[in-house]
Design a protein around this ligand. Structure first.
Ligand code: HEM
Ligand code: HEM
Length: 167
C-alpha cells in the first residue's frame, strides 16, 4: 500500500487496531440487536421503543467503526506499516496481505452497506450486509490464527509489534 517501512506500529495505530477489533466482534456477536426494528420499518410499522434503542446501539457502534477506520487508514498512509518477518515465504506474505486488505474492506463496507440499508431503506444492501457475516468470521478467525501462529510457533515479533508501539 505504501513504500515506507517503519520498524513497528505507533501507539495510536495499535489502539485503533484493538478498539476496532473489539467493536467488530461486538457487532458480529450482537448483530441481531437491529433486526426487530429493521423488520418493523420494512413492514411500514413503528418499532417498539426497546427495539429502537437496541437498533441504535448497532447503528452507533457501526458508524463509530467507520470513523475510526478512516483515521486508521490515514495513519497507515502517513506512517506505513512494518515489513513482513524475514524468511517468510511468498505465500505467507500474500496470505497476510490479502487478509489485511479484506479486513479493511470489512471495516469500510459493513458500515456503509448497513447505513444504505438503514437510512436509505434499500433491502439489497441489508442482504449483502447479512451475507457478509460468515465471510467476515472466517477472515477474522484466519487472521487471528495467523497472528497466534506467528507468536507461538514461528516465534516472530509480529504479535508483539501489534502490542508494543515503536518509540
Ligand atoms: C476482528 C477484527 C480485526 C480486524 C478488522 C483486524 C485488522 C487488521 C489489519 C487491517 C491489520 C494490518 C495492519 C494495519 O493496517 O492495521 C492487522 C494486523 C494485525 N492484527 Fe488484526 N484485526 C482484527 C483482529 C485481530 C485479532 C483477534 C488478533 C489476534 C489474535 C489480531 C492480531 C493482529 C496482529 C498481530 C497484526 C500485526 C500483523 C503484522 O504486523 O504483520 N487482529 N489487523
Ligand atoms: C463493521 C460494522 C458492522 C458490522 C460488523 C455489522 C454486522 C451485522 C450483523 C452480524 C448483522 C446480523 C446479520 C445476521 O444475523 O444475519 C447485522 C445486521 C444489520 N446491520 Fe449491521 N454491522 C455493522 C454496521 C452497521 C451500520 C453502521 C448499520 C446502519 C447504520 C448497520 C445496519 C444493519 C441492518 C439494517 C441490519 C439488518 C439487516 C437485515 O436484517 O436485512 N450495520 N449487522
Amino acid at each position: 500500500m505504501v513504500a515506507r517501512r517503519p520498524l513497528g506500529y505507533s501507539a495510536a495505530h495499535i489502539a485503533l487496531h484493538w478498539i476496532i477489533a473489539a467493536l467488530v466482534i461486538f457487532q458480529l456477536v450482537m448483530g441481531d440487536l437491529i433486526k426487530p426494528a429493521y423488520r418493523a420499518f420494512k413492514r411500514g410499522a413503528a418499532p417498539a421503543e426497546a427495539d429502537l434503542l437496541s437498533a441504535n446501539i448497532h447503528v452507533y457502534v457501526g458508524v463509530s467503526i467507520l470513523l475510526l477506520a478512516i483515521v486508521r487508514l490515514i495513519l497507515r498512509f502517513r506512517n506505513g506499516v512494518p515489513a513482513a518477518p524475514a524468511g517468510e515465504s511468498a505465500f505467507q506474505k500474500w496470505a497476510a496481505s490479502a487478509a489485511h486488505f479484506l479486513l479493511y474492506v470489512v471495516i469500510f463496507a459493513m458500515p456503509i452497506s448497513g447505513m444504505v440499508a438503514w437510512f436509505g431503506g434499500i433491502g439489497g444492501a441489508g442482504d449483502v450486509h447479512e451475507l457478509a457475516k460468515p465471510v467476515i468470521i472466517i477472515v477474522v478467525v484466519l487472521h487471528a490464527a495467523g497472528a497466534l501462529w506467528q507468536h507461538f510457533i514461528a516465534k516472530t515479533d509480529v504479535f508483539r509489534r501489534m502490542v508494543k508501539p515503536v518509540s
